[in-house]
Design a protein around this ligand. Structure first.
Ligand code: GLP
Length: 264
C-alpha cells in the first residue's frame, strides 16, 4: 500500500489525474473504474484539460462507474449519470458505447441486472484502474458499513449517515434516495490497481481506520489492505489521524528511488 500525503484538494486532484493519464497513455484501451463525489471533480477537470490540450485520448477507453442511486433517471441533476456527463464525459472523447453506469431506473430482477453489469466488466477484460472516494463512514462505492468484503454488484440500502450527507444536494421537500446499485467490495478488489482519494477533516477517521485499523466489514475501505496495488492519496486534514505519516513519506521517497514504475 502506498500512502501519498498532499497539502490540499488541488494537489490531490493533480496527482490522481496524472496517474490516470499515465495509465491511459500506457494502455490506450484501458478499462477504467470511475467514481463520483465532490472529491472527484478536480480530477475530471484536469483530465478534461489534458484532453483539450491534445495530450490525452480516451477514444479506446472503456469505463465502468461504481454506483448509481436507485430511482433516479439519468436526467436527474443528482444522478451519477448526470454528474459524470457534466464533469467528465461531455469534455472528453470516451465513446458513448464504452460508458457503463448502473441504471438507477432498473425495475424487477435486480439480481439479473447486477450479474449482467459484472459480466460486462469481465467481458471488458476486468478493470485495470479503479478510482475511489470514501464516505465519512468508510464506504467505497455505496458499500455501507457491514457490507460483505466479498460482495458483488447489487442493490444496497443506504445508511442513515449517507442519506443525511446527501440530503443537502436535493431540493427542499424532495426525498433523497434510500437505495443504490453499487459494485461490491469483491468487485472493487478485482481491479488490477486502485487509487483512493480523500480530502478534508470529515474523512480523517475513516481514512485512519481504513489504512491503520483492522480489516473489518464495519469500515468497507479497510478491505483495500488486502489489495497489492492500492494507493491512497490524502490531504493534510484527511491524514490528520494517521499515526505513521513519517513512515509513509519515507516509503514514498524510497519507492520513487528504487521502484519508480510503482509510482506511475
Ligand atoms: C458517495 C459515492 C462514493 C463517494 C462518496 C464521497 O457516497 N457513492 O463513491 O466516495 O460519495 O463523496 P465526496 O467526495 O463528495 O465526499
Amino acid at each position: 500500500m502506498l500512502v501519498i500525503l498532499k497539502r490540499d484538494n488541488k494537489e490531490i486532484s493533480r496527482e490522481a489525474a496524472q496517474l490516470v493519464a499515465s495509465a491511459v497513455r500506457k494502455k490506450p484501451a484501458l478499462t477504467l473504474g470511475l467514481a463520483t463525489g465532490g472529491t472527484m471533480t478536480g480530477v475530471y477537470g484536469h483530465l478534461a484539460e489534458f484532453h483539450k490540450q491534445g495530450s490525452l485520448d480516451f477514444s479506446q477507453v472503456v469505463t465502468f462507474n461504481l454506483d448509481e442511486y436507485l430511482g433516479l433517471a439519468d436526467r436527474h441533476p443528482q444522478s451519477f449519470h448526470y454528474f459524470m456527463h457534466e464533469h467528465f464525459f461531455r469534455h472528453v472523447n470516451v465513446d458513448p458505447r464504452n460508458i457503463h453506469i448502473p441504471d438507477g431506473t432498473v425495475r424487477g430482477n435486480f439480481v439479473q441486472y447486477c450479474a449482467a453489469y459484472e459480466d460486462g466488466i469481465r467481458k471488458a477484460g476486468g478493470i485495470d484502474l479503479q478510482i475511489l472516494g470514501i464516505g465519512r463512514n468508510g464506504h467505497i462505492g455505496f458499500n455501507e458499513p457491514t457490507s460483505s468484503l466479498g460482495s458483488r454488484t447489487r442493490l444496497k440500502v443506504l445508511s442513515q449517515e449517507t442519506i443525511d450527507d446527501n440530503a443537502k444536494f436535493f431540493a427542499p421537500g424532495e426525498e433523497s434516495p434510500r437505495c443504490a446499485i453499487t459494485m461490491g467490495i469483491g468487485t472493487i478488489l478485482e481491479a488490477r490497481k486502485i487509487i483512493l482519494l480523500a480530502t478534508g477533516a470529515a474523512k480523517a477517521t475513516a481514512v485512519a481506520k481504513s489504512i491503520e485499523g483492522p480489516i473489518a466489514s464495519a469500515v468497507s475501505a479497510s478491505a483495500l489492505q488486502l489489495h497489492p496495488e492500492v494507493t491512497f492519496i490524502v490531504d493534510e486534514q484527511a491524514a490528520s489521524q494517521l499515526t505513521q505519516r513519517d513512515y509513509y513519506r519515507r516509503v514514498l521517497e524510497m519507492t520513487a528511488l528504487l521502484t519508480p514504475e510503482r509510482m506511475s
